[in-house]
Design a protein around this ligand. Sequence first.
Ligand code: SAH
Length: 473
Amino acid sequence: MEYFPLFLKLAGRSCLVIGGGNIASRKVSWLLKSGAQVHVISPEISSALNEWSVSPEYSDQLSLELCSNVAVARLPLEKQFLVVAASSDRQLNQQIAEQCQTLDVHCNVASRTSLGDTILPSIIDRSPVVLALHSGARSPTVTRYLKRQLEAFVPRKLSALVSWAEHWRKTVKQRLPSEVVRQRLWDRVLSGMVAEHLYDGQAVSADTIMEQHLEEAESGQLWGEVFLVGAGPGDPELLTLKALRLIQQADVVLYDRLVSDPILALLPSDCERIYVGKRQADHAVPQVEINQRLVDLAKEGRNVLRLKGGDPFIFGRGGEEIELLADSGVSFQVVPGITAASGCASYAGIPLTHRDHSQSVRFITGHLKSNQVNLEWPELAAPNQTLVFYMGLSGLNEICRSLIEYGRNEQTPAAIIEKGTTPQQRVITGTLATLPALVVSKNVSAPTLLIVGEVVQLQIQLAWFNYTPEGLA
Ligand code: SAH
């Protein structure tokens, strides 16, 4: 490790910044936030620096000195705790760094970090929690990329959680003598509903749940929680931030066939994986058994992730699974996912509604019951609406035939989207009359989504993802 990360209390300490452009201003803004006394010497001063120097917040901390010809010999380097060389003159920056080294004063050189002995890292500020990142000055681009990812992932209101936990710490220690039990309680609290309530600003509800957890822990009955999470249609980037956070907190996961491998790769390495997927007419694990298993695992005190393709409440039997949890007193959270209709339509370039073509959209199950699709065909055959059939591949013939029979124009555009949003996505477009034969000739396999309606014709113009023309319009 070439640079050792340290967190320093800068309040009241003298920091000298040479340079007054954008880079210098960014550094000054962080120094001001940490309470430092900042003096800027530069031939030019940015408008931001000028504003801060007279602002009520920072006028006591920031002084500016306009100097057309900065000379190292005249800089008050020896009195500084930290010097930032951020001028546009590279030679000057280098001289400042050398002089600081002689004087044993910390120095950061903004554009060539290796010249100084100090790095000012990229910062994610969730005070009192602060994340600092640097790449040893080798790749600011990688640091920036990582920072963006982390920014999205670290909860904005983390500070609420920290002060709340601080407030409870003593009580928890008094009431739970066992360190192991305490640790389990904190894991549960920080990954569960308590944290969610705090992020939502509901401290009173968080206290109530905490009190319940404490009582459970005292009586040796600290149960886990179930997260019913929608994993979206396939592309892991379509997970919600909340889904990702809960996925990473799971002790055990029960997942379906539709949950893609890149999403499973996000699970913690020590998370137990249980496959409960169903194939059509081949129910791997009966639904009642899944429901019961969720309850049993949570009662063992584990965080149970129930991961389902798309959205758990759209043809996902999510409602049935949480009914038993609710009856059994196990707490749970439901995280919606992007349903196949939204994901596949977007990635295929088919807007589900359109002012000119379609005023409504219906999500329909095309699942066959005793070889028939029993639906309200006269309603579905009405024009100017988009129909999205889930599980419609084996019933495709029957669906297209019935729509035509009940009056929908046989020239109505229709598309099958295979493995939507994944690198294997294929979009096959035709009409109600032509699609069934096309699909057979293209060797299509599940999962597929069927979209019927005038909006499908827009795909020719709007396709953008992984686009290779298939079939005909
Ligand atoms: N809860 C899920 C749907 C489960 S039903 C959701 O909200 O998306 C399973 C059906 O969803 C499949 O038969 C298929 O019709 C559709 N489906 C799910 N993922 C899909 C994908 N990536 N591409 C195409 N269809 C998909």
